[in-house]
Structures are given as C-alpha cells and as structure tokens.
Ligand binder design. Structure first.
Ligand code: FES
Length: 137
C-alpha cells in the first residue's frame, strides 16, 4: 500500500512538473494599429475598428476614439443607434461613452489617435486620453 501511495504521489509530482515546464504565457495583444488616412473619416461618422476594439469618430473639432471594451468586465460593446450596448450584462453607454445603464459605472475609455509618418491615422489602445482630446487634421 505504501509503494502504491508513493508511486501515485511521484506520478502526480511528475505530471505537475511537466505541466509547469510546458507553461506558455498568453500571446501579446497588439495595441497599436495604423488605419486609413484622416480624410476617410467624415464629420459625423462612426467607424468601428474591430481589431483595436474601438470606434473612431469625427466631430467639428477633429477625430477621436472610444474604446469598445466595456468598463464592467471587459466584453466588447456594440454600436446600437446613437448608443453602445454591452451584450454580456446589459450596460448601455451614450454616444460619448458615458454610462446610461449599469452594471458598468465608468465611461468607456477614450484612446489616443495620432498620425503615422505617411499620414495615416494610428490608434493606440494602451494610451488613455481626456474626453475632449482630438486629433486635428
Ligand atoms: S461586461 Fe459589459 S455589462 Fe458586464
């Protein structure tokens, strides 16, 4: 019985070691994407950027981007008319990303837009910006 117990214990330890050595970290997610030239985003338009999980808008002041990552638990919100809705737990955000209905309590993040060397819009979802920040182009 002792031999069986030791054998089982050794097998479990070996299994744990093999699992540990085979550990692979999660793939690194891209946060920076080069998009279209600014002229492609008309005033009043809302353009989804699924690869960045974001939306790009243009108003009279310039271009800006709202993250589509729900501030509740991170699901991707969908455009629903003028607003955004989260399919996971029902949070709703207005067109500016501010909460209309919980459980989310924080607005959608605004993320940085810039221009690439060849004049295209670049979105960096790792960089949060103020709600009034605009890329003036
Ligand atoms: S993750 Fe969006 S409401 Fe829960």
């Amino acid at each position: 019985m002792l031999k069986l117990s030791l054998g089982l214990s050794s097998a479990l330890s070996l299994f744990g070691l093999v699992k540990f050595l085979g550990y692979q970290s999660a793939p690194i997610q891209a946060v920076r994407f080069t998009l279209k030239p600014p002229a492609e985003y008309a005033e009043g338009s809302v353009t989804g950027v699924p690869e960045a999980r974001a939306y790009i808008m243009r108003d009279a002041k310039g271009l800006y981007a709202i993250s589509a990552i729900c501030t509740h638990l991170g699901c991707t919100v969908n455009k629903a008319g003028e607003n955004y809705e989260c399919p996971c737990h029902g949070s709703k955000f207005n067109g500016g990303g501010y909460v209309l209905k919980g459980p989310a309590t924080a607005p959608l993040d605004r993320v940085e837009l810039s221009l690439s060397g060849d004049g295209k819009v670049v979105i960096d979802t790792s960089k949060k910006v103020a709600a009034d920040a605009r890329l003036v182009v």
